[in-house]
Design a protein around this ligand. Sequence first.
Ligand SMILES: O=C(CO)[C@H](O)[C@H](O)COP(=O)(O)O
Length: 224
Amino acid sequence: MLEPRIAPSILTADFARLGEQIREAEEAGVDWIHLDVMDGRFVPNLTFGPLVVEAIRGVTRLPLDVHLMIAEPERYLEDFARAGADLITFHAEATPHAHRGLQRIKELGKRAGLAVNPGTPLEALTHLLPELDLALVMSVNPGFGGQRYIPATTDRIKRLANLKAHLNPECLLEVDGGIKPENAAEIYRAGADVLVVGSALFNRQPLAHNLERLKGGIHAASSR
Ligand SMILES: O=C(CO)[C@H](O)[C@H](O)COP(=O)(O)O
């Protein structure tokens, strides 16, 4: 049976022992590490920049999935590429030059992603599907971990999965926000290829136990 890739978001990790937490995730068998970069302008929160991405690059071989929640993302693409990102995703709402940004990421030798917020029509990215390695559908309003999944997202995932099957089947559909063992199967069956999971993986329980629960939730439902 096909399985979604699991990309833990470090937003709710213990930053005082970040390297240890990332190694724990790698040993538990996650697929990617998802890095939430926030600038206090595009979203009402601040996290970290290329220096921290570079430090994380030094502790894991897993693909680094860098999610830029920043204004004017095109100014920083080179910095994140140099820091060791494998995939770089920015928001369609954050720039009038999305196509140029995607081309630049590819020139830098990285996989290119475009994200949309819950309130943004999918059309903000569907015309660019042929250019994308990854399409990210936010299932919470970006800025904070630990929020509730917005139910209308499931229909958006289905519509986007259908479109990408025709326009660019290689493009991965990633969903980010509020994913738990209880709703992971619904989101996967709607068409998600990559699940970004923060607080359901990085919490007080051991990550391996949380990952097992998440996968249990997916397997309990019938395959897609
Ligand atoms: O991008 C994000 C918020 O902007 C986080 O990646 C996302 O919210 C994951 O955390 P959780 O699983 O706790 O919702």
